[in-house]
Ligand binder design. Sequence first.
Ligand code: NAD
Length: 239
Amino acid sequence: MGANGKVVAITGGARGIGYETAKELLSRGYRVAIGDVDEVRLKEAALELGIETYARLDVTDPESFAAFLDLVEEQVGELDVLINNAGIMPTGHTHEEEDAVTRRQVEINILGVIYGTKLALKRMLPRDRGHIINTASLAGELPTPGLATYCGTKHAVIGFTEAARLEYRNTGIRLSTVRPTFTNTELVAGTEGVKGIRNAEPQEIAIATADLIEKPKPFVRVTKMAGGMVAAMKFVPRR
Ligand code: NAD
């Protein structure tokens, strides 16, 4: 299935994987809108990519999220694909993590994805078509000591999306996850990543995500592990 001018909205599209995914989808003929909490970077990204529809969006605020999707449907067209990509990954030992930092991870990485999914379902179900892609991580499948809270939030993204996928399996709505390995973006700057695993480039995740839209698969996993999956990933913060 080709792009045919399908409308895609991407959260966290100002930089990193979201930005590269917007770029890849534009090159394949999709119509793309981006939202991000970082207004300055968002505007720069939209200018660079030639995206006309963009808006400040905090995924933890359902009203702001709904307003973004309304804008997309008004200015670009009926939403075909929502990519719930926005996420954060603070580092540090779990027992030392400030409660506010724990809360923010849960709010952005889990609540933001659930809010986005609900808002997209409400728009897509009456039309009986659409695709919701939730960005998880390999940390959503593998225990990742050193990143326990983040790992928990990404497991939640996979659990939530898989349950919703089964719930809506007899409709025209697709729900799927992208599960990237550690990837060279500002999210992991200041860390050494995972021992023994080479990082991916954000363009590789962008291509895998765009391919997922075009192929009937429930998820796409991008790994850089020789010999397949390992039992656990040991995250190494920079000393
Ligand atoms: P990034 O930090 O480069 O970009 C994330 C973007 O999300 C930023 O532009 C940021 O401003 C935005 N954002 C943060 N909070 C937001 C909010 N409340 N509302 C709206 N936007 C918000 O990170 P990235 O590496 O591009 O990560 C994108 C997604 O991929 C995240 O969900 C991340 O967890 C996931 N992921 C990243 C890696 C990696 O190693 N980089 C690996 C696996 C999964």
